[in-house]
Design a protein around this ligand. Structure first.
Ligand code: NAD
Length: 260
């Protein structure tokens, strides 16, 4: 489905990003991995993807909070693959606190990593996409790109902003064969959320099952976590030619949360 295409997936050493990178490689795309983690584990995953799927897989440790790193990673992908056809802006962090207790540096970091990095990456790869007349920008926002929850001001602001950026990219470059869309997952059980379950269980003095049912999935009508494979399947479809007319969309994959 993606034979001959080259992709960058930010935050792909774990969770949703890793599942998207795996799906892309399995369908023939060369992939630039990015994110933090144990160097040996990342190298093992990189080599495994190359061997299993016969594609080129590279890794760049760019900090998505540092614009120069983002630009350097884009250039490395262009040098390695000759081009970048698909970018997935997935790297993200979260900081939960009431607004009047949100540390300034956490606000800045969440906005930089979850939102500004997408601007810098898209800016770096768009000229090549325009020249080739084909491109895919896929942003991973959140149900929190569509609705708010208390104590998540920087995250909710960044994810709403990411949808706005995606729509603007979409209408600006639609005639160049480039689409830009945003996936808005509900709760997905990844290391990011496992951390939140443990923290909330401790904070409220309740078992993890109660945190899952009564806190995290309270609005998620399906009452189960979204899976990383479900998100990756949508990303793969958005990257395909079949999705050429889907652009500027914010697609909820949230078990009914944002319509509840
Ligand atoms: P995760 O913690 O498993 O993965 C996050 C990835 O981002 C990791 O690879 C990590 O190394 C990378 N990362 C973090 N900071 C980075 C930085 N400064 N520079 C480069 N990489 C960085 O989390 P996940 O749940 O897979 O989340 C992926 C995306 O999906 C995030 O944008 C998150 O907001 C979004 N999301 C997650 C859920 C969920 O329930 N898990 C729900 C909605 C949206």
């Amino acid at each position: 489905m993606l034979n001959g295409k080259a992709a960058i997936v930010t935050g792909s050493t774990s969770g949703i990003g890793l599942a998207i990178a795996t799906a892309f490689a399995a369908h023939g795309a060369d992939v630039m991995l990015n994110g933090f983690g144990d160097a040996n584990a990342i190298e093992t995953a990189r080599v495994q993807l190359e061997r299993e799927h016969g594609v080129r897989v590279r890794y760049n440790p760019a900090d998505m909070g540092v614009p120069q790193d983002v630009r350097r990673m884009a250039q490395q992908a262009i040098d390695a693959f000759g081009k970048v056809d698909i970018v997935v802006n997935n790297a993200g962090i979260q900081h939960v606190a009431p607004i009047d207790e949100q540390p300034d540096d956490r606000w800045d970091a969440v906005i930089a990593i979850n939102l500004s990095s997408a601007f810098h990456l898209v800016k770096a790869v768009l000229p090549g996409m325009k020249a080739r007349g084909w491109g895919r920008v896929i942003n991973v926002a959140s149900a929190h790109g569509l609705v708010a929850s208390p104590f998540k001001a920087p995250y909710v602001a960044a994810k709403h902003g990411l949808i706005g950026l995606s729509k603007t990219v979409a209408v600006e470059v639609a005639e160049h064969g480039i689409t830009s869309n945003t996936i808005c997952p509900g709760y997905v059980k990844t290391p990011l959320v496992e951390g939140q379950i443990a923290e909330q269980a401790k904070a409220h003095g309740i078992p993890a099952e109660n945190v899952i049912r009564d806190v995290l999935l309270v609005h998620q009508a399906r009452k189960r976590f979204v899976t990383v494979e479900e998100i990756a399947a949508l990303a793969l479809f958005l990257a395909s030619d079949a999705a050429a007319s889907i652009t500027a969309a914010a697609l909820a994959v949230d078990g009914g949360w944002t319509q509840h």
